[in-house]
Design a protein around this ligand. Structure first.
Ligand code: CA
Length: 500
């Protein structure tokens, strides 16, 4: 982008306020749990910029990801379809970029579209006038980027670099309506904070969550076998970075890292040697690094909002903050995602829409709703083939009476690193049904009364009517979303065996 283009864009920015066609900036982080956002009541940290967005916008309290894994979530965001329809069922699949996506439809009506940052869909982006992405998972420090011209390396910290690229693109694009997705890599594993965040929380001790020592016998038989336990499966060097600065640091960055972390590393060992709970020390280190990564994401939100203000674009730009899914922050004793339990499938979503009254949406919503919502908000009718529904009415009215049952399906092979069983999930209001079809096991929770998902009501005779209602709703929802005949058959066979 030349300086001349930038200057021209600055001049044009003054006229955009009058434009009737709003812009969209969607800041889309990776693995950011609601439990780490103060607007969602986090006790762990403050996120002032995301909170500002929530104060001025609409916060979704019951938003879920239909396949709680990085790449499938991105595919559903783009297509408005479930994984079995868009074909992107797990992280090993390559996204079919020839299919219809919301950015392509926006281009057809004159929008400029861009994706900057983490993409993680393996195939080259389609439907974007501009893209500048991380290869694969990308790196936190001195990351490579790929754009239409090729691969290049940037010196610095990934969250800040993506933010600067986003700001630069907005400035240049602001002569005509635009839709930008800012894909932050943070706070994805391995949690490598920026150098300026390493002192954050250094003097604080984070206690173990109350259900850290979860009784897995309350849950399906796969839960005790999953490899995602904070106290067993996190690696002291590559995950917790104890005595192990990230390999990509340059000499100066490494010197700063060591000067800030040497004392914290020594403290880590001292606490364990002094007989303190090893689990507590590991959790404390894990959560600090995770939250430090979030702090840079919050700064990114702050800087992008400020930039929109300065360019005179804030009044005409819908700003969305979301993540590809949630994350376990020690709940159930776990890190990572993949399950349909609340900390993982539950996902933050905040929409600041100029002219729309701030508030809270308590209805259950799905990430397949994002594409039709953005289209609808920008005046484009969502195609019938999209399986999600526009949330614009909910955003404007906050009515709780409007609700579509949530349907999710997690496919990743059980041979993967985390050994999480495949699962189908249905949520209707406060009732959540989960079917682990490889295990032929079912779970039924009333999360209104049992937020921690401790009491599986599936085998409870008093819940027979509820079970029947949910099972019928599940079969109807599977038909509605054109689930594969194999899965419908597996579901029916299991129900016969369970005598439901
Ligand atoms: Ca993710």
């Amino acid at each position: 982008m030349s300086d001349k283009t930038l200057m021209l864009s600055i001049a044009l920015a003054c006229s955009i306020v009058q434009s009737p066609r709003p812009n969209v900036v969607f800041i889309f982080s990776d693995d950011h749990a609601r439990q780490a956002i103060s607007a969602y009541g986090s006790k762990l940290m403050q996120t002032p910029a995301i909170d500002q967005l929530a104060r001025e916008g609409v916060r979704f309290d019951r938003h879920y990801t239909a396949n709680p894994l990085c790449a499938p979530s991105r595919a559903s965001l783009l297509t408005g379809k479930l994984s079995h329809i868009n074909g992107h069922i797990d992280n090993e699949t390559k996204f079919d970029g020839s299919q219809e996506t919301f950015p392509k439809l926006l281009q057809q009506v004159g929008y400029q579209t861009a994706w900057i940052g983490k993409w993680h869909l393996e195939s080259a982006p389609t439907g974007f006038n501009y893209w500048d992405i991380l290869p694969g998972q990308g790196n936190y420090y001195n990351p490579d980027f790929i754009n239409a011209a090729g691969t290049y390396r940037e010196a610095g910290y990934v969250t800040n670099l993506i933010t600067e690229k986003a700001k630069k693109w907005i400035k240049a694009a602001s002569g005509q309506p635009f839709c930008l997705i800012v894909g932050q890599k943070a706070p994805h594993r391995p949690w490598q904070p920026n150098l300026d965040k390493l002192d954050l929380f250094a003097d604080r001790r984070f206690p173990l969550p109350s259900d850290f020592y979860r009784d897995y016998s309350e849950l399906n038989s796969g839960a005790s076998k999953a490899h995602m336990r904070v106290n067993q499966d996190l690696k002291i060097d590559s995950d917790l970075l104890v005595d192990s600065p990230p390999a990509r640091l340059d000499a100066a960055q490494k010197a700063t890292w060591l000067s800030k972390m040497k004392g914290q590393d020594a403290e880590f060992h001292r606490r364990i040697e002094s007989g303190e709970s090893r689990d507590a020390v590991i959790y404390d280190r894990y959560i600090k690094d995770y939250l430090r990564c979030i702090s840079s994401v919050d700064d990114s939100v702050r800087d992008i909002l400020k930039s929109l203000d300065e360019l005179g674009l804030a009044k005409n730009t819908i700003v969305i903050y979301g993540s590809d899914q949630g994350f376990f922050l020690g709940e159930f004793g776990w890190f990572d995602k993949r399950w349909f339990y609340e900390p993982s499938s539950g996902t933050p979503l905040i929409v600041r829409w100029p002219g729309v009254k701030p508030g809270v949406v308590k209805s259950v919503t799905s990430n397949i709703d994002l594409a039709p919502t953005i289209l609808d908000a920008l005046g484009v009718k969502p195609p019938a083939a999209m399986q999600g529904v526009s949330l614009c009415y909910l955003i404007k009215t906050k009515k709780t009476s409007v609700a579509t049952p949530f349907y999710g399906h997690f496919y990743e092979s059980n041979d993967g690193e985390h050994h999480v069983p495949k699962c189908i999930s249905l949520i209707d209001g406060n009732i959540k049904l989960m079917f682990y079809y490889e295990l032929n096991e079912w779970e039924l929770f009333d999360i209104g009364k049992d937020k921690g998902e401790h009491r599986n009501l599936w085998g409870d005779a008093r819940s027979a009517d509820l079970r029947k209602r949910m099972v019928n709703l599940l079969l109807g929802t599977q038909r509605k979303y054109v689930e594969t005949p194999e899965i419908i058959e597996v579901t029916k066979r299991s129900l016969l065996r369970e005598h439901v």
